[in-house]
Design a protein around this ligand. Structure first.
Ligand code: NOJ
Length: 514
């Protein structure tokens, strides 16, 4: 059972480097986040996911953790983070930190010890082979970097050695079984990290590469799932309100492994999620994203995958739809603000717990900038939040040349301040939708969902509890006969009506009907 507070939760993801710089050093910080909590609350978000803010050499933007229990000095101190928890809680905002359980930085003290030839407490904390010339059987590995006469397995970049959780069916002398005391110590060490932050006031974790713990023949993820169920038991006993969202994108497995939520990510080529708003990834000549006006996109490409997951996981936890995240291209890359209004209205009225990536609420652009801290093509989605028309668009008082990444140089770069003043802006539309979601239980995480009409050429119509919702992303008006319904428009973007058993949805419009 998922944590109760998630029913009405709407998350705001913050990339701390780029959100708000409170001390003028050119990089975002914890105090900057605290100063913007009212903005986030007024927007309609009542929960945060903060990307890793821990001590790190930042070769992968902080996903290479050097000390799990220490806030990176560039963001502030542990006390600042504890204060963030407290102030957020006063405002009714929950806070998830980012837990990176699959690997550490190569500069982590555990790894430094593990690299030594002489046996010590951390020798088996990572996955090592038994000889400097022995690779790791299909797993990426590094040799020649350590005094230790062995190679070590990687989890992602070269700077991220894989932690050792054991193997489901060990096949080599250097592979431990999952129940061996050494991999069990890794698991306990990760629980210890979780306890540390939870006991200081954090409300749970977004879990990085949650499916990556057990290597080798864990294709069905039964080994990895066993570990997470064990972690869940600990949380249920010690921190029953804690919530966990997995980077897994396989809710059938993730929710059964004890996660409260699993992200629906852009994995596996053209998947359902991509067909909503980023179909151009796969066919530049014909972007058939559903929310792109007159693209010929078909919502059934999304529903085909989503409905199977939804039906299979009902009652177990939530599928989390997101506007984007720090790894994906901003939705503004393919969609115009009027298209984004509909896309977001849809995402925020679906079942489960939605996530909004900072800056997507104003339609920030994906910028063409050089790679930073291992971002590569992801860097364009990680540029500073654009608050107002001031210096560096309100992000930082530092010199332009000293800021973490450049802000959007365009004259019409969107800013929060401008959009707050414009009733029809994307930002104010997001606000209206989110406020409606908080008002109407039928739009929240648990209320029933079913599809009424998904036929091309008609409005896409779906039910949430007793409410009926309709979307038309195209430029022509569309109609649907619904003789058994008796409804009035409760909320609209664009135009539409319900008269004499007929639903009309205007061009690029979204309706909620009661
Ligand atoms: C997924 C994170 O979202 C990404 O940013 C990171 O590079 C990898 N995991 C490795 O931790």
């Amino acid at each position: 059972m998922a944590a109760k507070w998630l029913k009405d939760a709407v998350f705001y993801e913050i990339y701390p480097q780029s959100f708000c710089d409170s001390n003028g050093d050119g990089i975002g910080d914890i105090n900057g986040i605290i100063s913007k909590l009212d903005y986030i609350k007024e927007l309609g978000c009542n929960a945060l996911w903060i990307n890793p803010c821990f001590d790190s050499p930042f070769k992968d933007a902080g996903y290479d953790v050097r000390d799990y229990k220490l806030v990176a000095p560039r963001y502030g101190t542990n006390e600042d983070l504890y204060r963030l928890f407290a102030v957020a809680h006063e405002k009714g905002i929950h806070v998830l930190l980012d837990l990176v359980p699959g690997h550490t930085s190569e500069e982590h003290a555990w790894f430094r010890q593990s690299q030594k030839e002489e046996r010590n407490e951390y020798s088996d904390r990572y996955i090592w082979t038994d000889f400097w010339l022995h690779g790791a059987q299909g797993m990426p590995y590094i040799g020649g970097e350590s005094e230790r006469n062995a190679c070590y397995v990687l989890n992602f970049f070269k700077c991220q050695p894989a932690l050792n959780y054991g193997f489901l069916h060990p096949q080599e002398s250097w592979q431990f079984s999952m129940n061996h005391p050494e991999p069990l110590k890794t698991r306990e060490a990760m629980k210890d990290v979780m306890r540390f932050w939870l006991s200081h006031g954090c409300d749970g974790f977004r879990v990085d590469m949650a499916n990556s713990l057990v290597k080798g023949d864990d294709e069905k993820k039964s080994g990895t799932s066993m570990i997470w169920r064990d972690v869940r038991r600990m949380l249920d006993l010690e921190f029953p309100d804690a919530a966990m969202v997995s980077e897994w994108s396989d809710p059938k497995n993730a929710l059964r492994a004890g996660f409260d939520m699993d992200f629906y990510l852009n994995y596996g080529g053209v998947n359902g999620y991509c067909t909503l708003m980023r179909d151009y990834y796969y066919d530049e000549k014909h972007d058939a994203s559903y929310f792109k006006k007159d693209s010929g996109g078909n919502i059934n490409r999304f529903l085909g995958q989503y409905l199977d997951w939804y039906e299979d996981t009902k009652g177990l936890g939530y599928i989390s739809l997101l506007t984007c995240n720090h790894d994906t291209t901003r939705p503004r890359f393919g969609l115009e603000p009027d298209e984004l209004k509909l896309a977001y209205a849809f995402l925020f009225t679906m079942p489960g717990v939605p996530f909004l990536y900072y800056g997507d609420e104003i339609g920030m652009r994906f910028l063409d900038v050089p790679t930073k801290e291992g971002g590569y093509t992801r860097t364009g989605s990680r540029t500073p939040m654009q608050w107002n028309r001031g210096k560096n668009l309100g992000f930082s008082e530092a010199d332009e040349k000293d800021i973490y990444l450049p802000v959007d140089p365009a004259d019409d770069a969107p800013t929060a301040e401008d959009q707050l003043k414009d009733p029809g802006s994307l930002l104010n539309t997001v606000k209206r939708v989110l406020h409606l979601r908080h008002q109407e239980e039928d739009l929240q995480a648990d209320a029933e969902f079913s599809v009424v009409c998904s036929e091309p050429g008609k409005p896409f119509v779906y039910r949430r509890g007793d409410l009926l919702l309709a979307v038309n992303p195209n430029s022509g008006e569309v109609h649907l006969e619904l003789p058994d319904e008796n409804r009035s428009v409760l909320f609209s973007i664009g135009s539409g009506e319900f008269t004499d058993g007929q639903l009309t949805v205007g061009p690029q419009s979204f309706l909620v009907l009661r």
